[in-house]
Write a protein that binds this ligand. Structure first.
Ligand code: GLY
Ligand code: MN
Ligand code: MN
Length: 434
């Protein structure tokens, strides 16, 4: 993302915050994996969205109209000894030169500097409840001001939920963001194609996971979530991530894997036959899910409500389950009673962007939000038939989901992951050619 985009975002946010307001955002904390080993650091999405700054131990302050600089960055000081272990730091000078901060300070000085800046503001824009340690520091700074009110010190009177403003901005993706999302989707699509080519009975689920990791890393990307590689009935466990079973001849395998490239996520699912051929039952269920997904994508249009793609998928899935004998009753009644939820228990999609399950309200007041150009959602209906005596044996243990990432545009849905086959005949022919 080029630096103009970051400054445009800060300007937009500062216009909403207005003079007299101050926005404060901490970087993500470093999290421990075990003992003294940390998870690989990943910057907080809101923080990165406004700065492009990927170091921990940092705080940004936006104070519109402030004479001595509106955009302040507190960050780790340069330290040759520490940099020898952990790598280069920008330091306050780098924050100004490379990240366009108006002013920058060592993070260790924040207690001395920030309360003084807060004092001259009447409204604090902050996302409460995200990082408990930082919440406590905000409270400490406020209390230090309150404690001096008798001496004429001013305390901000108003607290505003910053996430509400910022997440509404993030919901509308710019042209550059859509390009970034397209690149992320392309890498994941390529990885899924590779996996379709090499799929065969006898492989283990983790070997498929490994292929994704390999494809992602060789394209400078990471997994945007733990891949789900569920063979057979494992596909019916929605968050299956153990990925430790053998893939069996005659089973399907559900593969939900996407990557994160330059802080933008993809999230793609395909369900394919391990041996390259769908059985008649697998195909029958697959065709229902595919029809539901295409119907939902078709409804992912500006002016429609957020729920319309889901309603379309529910309709097709309920009709299909009725047709194959898993549901019994009138279509209208089955939909009204949500009978389909026994087999399709999740929503049809979610916003996607810097976070896989991205930010942005789904409702405005009591109404589902209207879809507008620049919003990006996944479309991912599924049918999961439990391995249970309650269902006829031929359907047992079939779990299918098909998921693509779709941009709402002025000209209809733009499927970012459209390079990946999903028609069952095309899947079979891709798998045969391997
Ligand atoms: N991979 C997570 C999801 O599909 O929502
Ligand atoms: Mn997914
Ligand atoms: Mn998803």
């Amino acid at each position: 993302m080029n630096s103009k985009e970051f400054s445009r975002r800060r300007d937009q946010l500062m216009r909403m915050v207005g003079t007299g307001g101050i926005a404060i955002l901490p970087a993500a904390p470093v999290r421990t994996r075990s003992r003294d080993v940390a998870y690989r650091f990943r910057q907080d999405s809101d923080f990165y969205y406004l700065t492009g700054f990927a170091e921990p131990d940092a705080v940004i302050v936006l104070a519109p109209g402030r004479d001595n600089g509106e955009y302040l960055l507190f960050c780790r000081d340069r330290d040759p000894e520490k940099e020898l272990w952990d790598g280069k730091r920008a330091g306050p000078d780098g924050a100004i030169q490379d990240y366009a901060a108006d002013d920058a300070f060592p993070i260790d000085d924040i207690d001395d500097i920030l309360p003084g800046i807060m004092e001259s503001c009447s409204r604090v824009y902050y996302t409460m409840g995200l990082y408990a340690d930082f919440d406590a520091r905000i409270a400490d700074w406020l209390n230090s001001l309150r404690g001096r009110e008798a001496r004429g010190v001013h305390t901000p009177r108003e607290f505003v939920a910053l996430d509400h403003l910022l997440h509404d901005m993030r919901l509308y993706k710019s042209r550059d963001e859509i390009s970034a999302m397209r690149r992320s989707a392309r890498i994941a699509v390529q990885a899924h194609i590779e996996v379709m080519r090499l799929m065969r009975p006898g492989l283990y689920e983790y070997e498929i996971e490994a292929e994704f990791m390999r494809e992602f890393r060789r394209n400078a990307a990471w997994m945007s979530y733990s891949p789900i590689v569920g063979g057979g009935v494992n596909a019916c466990t929605l968050h299956y991530v153990e990925n430790n079973q053998e893939l069996k001849d005659g089973d399907l395998v559900l593969i939900d894997a996407g990557c994160e490239l330059d802080y933008y996520a993809s999230d793609i699912t395909r369900t394919i036959p391990v041996n390259g051929r769908f059985s008649p039952e697998q195909r029958a269920v697959y065709e229902i899910v595919l029809e539901a997904q295409l119907a939902a994508i078709e409804m992912t249009r500006k002016g429609n409500h957020w729920n319309e793609p889901h309603d379309a998928a529910v309709r097709v899935i309920t009709r299909g389950l009725k047709k194959i004998g898993l549901l019994d009753g009138t279509l209208a009644r089955l939909i009204k009673d949500e009978a389909y939820r026994e087999y399709f228990m999740h929503r049809t999609g979610h916003w996607i962007g810097m976070d896989v399950h991205d930010v942005g309200d789904y409702k405005v007041g009591d109404e589902w939000r209207m879809l507008e150009p620049g919003m990006i959602t996944t479309v991912e209906p599924g049918i999961y038939i439990p391995d249970s005596r309650k269902v006829p044996a031929r359907w047992r243990g079939i779990g299918i989901r098909i998921e693509d990432d779709v941009v709402v545009t002025s000209n209809g849905p733009d499927v970012l992951s459209k390079g990946l086959v999903k028609d069952p005949d095309e899947i079979e022919s891709l798998m045969q050619r391997a």
